[in-house]
Write a protein that binds this ligand. Structure first.
Ligand code: HEM
Length: 131
């Protein structure tokens, strides 16, 4: 396999044109010029991130392992050490901390006791009236 080329982030930004479509994913450089029209997600999304770091966009989609395999075909190099960044693991965006699941049962009307008591009451009433 050919030696990996090294690029600064500035070079990626400058060298990316409609004729050469480069972007960065996890500090690795990809040339997707020939892939634009074959990308199942369409060429627009790729053109949007040309010259940029597309790591977040790429991960947000949740690409399959097939897609990750396919990436190797377009891998042409990596970002120089000075320009490498550490990527944060994606965080879960929602916060369900105030839904304890128990608060809904605090009220008698919402708890399981209400239908049970209602049932008993109906039974007593039924026996009283028709018994
Ligand atoms: C070399 C890089 C890339 C490769 C090889 C690649 C490959 C693929 C493949 C094979 C799929 C089909 C679904 C799957 O197998 O996951 C896909 C879907 C998609 N990709 Fe990519 N992709 C790349 C980069 C990107 C980037 C940088 C973005 C966003 C900026 C992107 C956005 C999408 C979207 C929106 C879909 C459609 C998802 C859907 O229909 O649910 N892709 N890509």
């Amino acid at each position: 396999m050919a030696e990996l080329k090294r690029f600064s982030r500035k070079e990626i930004a400058e060298q990316s044109t409609s004729k050469q479509a480069l972007f960065i994913i996890q500090n690795q450089v990809y040339d997707v010029t020939k892939f634009l029209d074959d990308h199942p997600g369409g060429h627009e999304v790729l053109l949007d991130v040309i010259g940029k770091d597309a790591s977040t966009d790429f991960n947000d989609i949740g690409h399959s392992s097939d897609a990750k395999d396919l990436m190797k075909k377009y891998h042409i190099g990596e970002v120089i050490d000075e320009d490498k960044i550490t990527y944060q693991k994606a965080k879960v965006a929602w916060d369900d901390s105030d839904e304890t699941g128990e608060s809904a049962n605090d009220s008698f009307l919402n708890s399981w006791k209400f239908p049970v008591v209602l049932g008993l009451l109906m039974t007593v009433l039924y026996t009283y009236i028709f018994g």
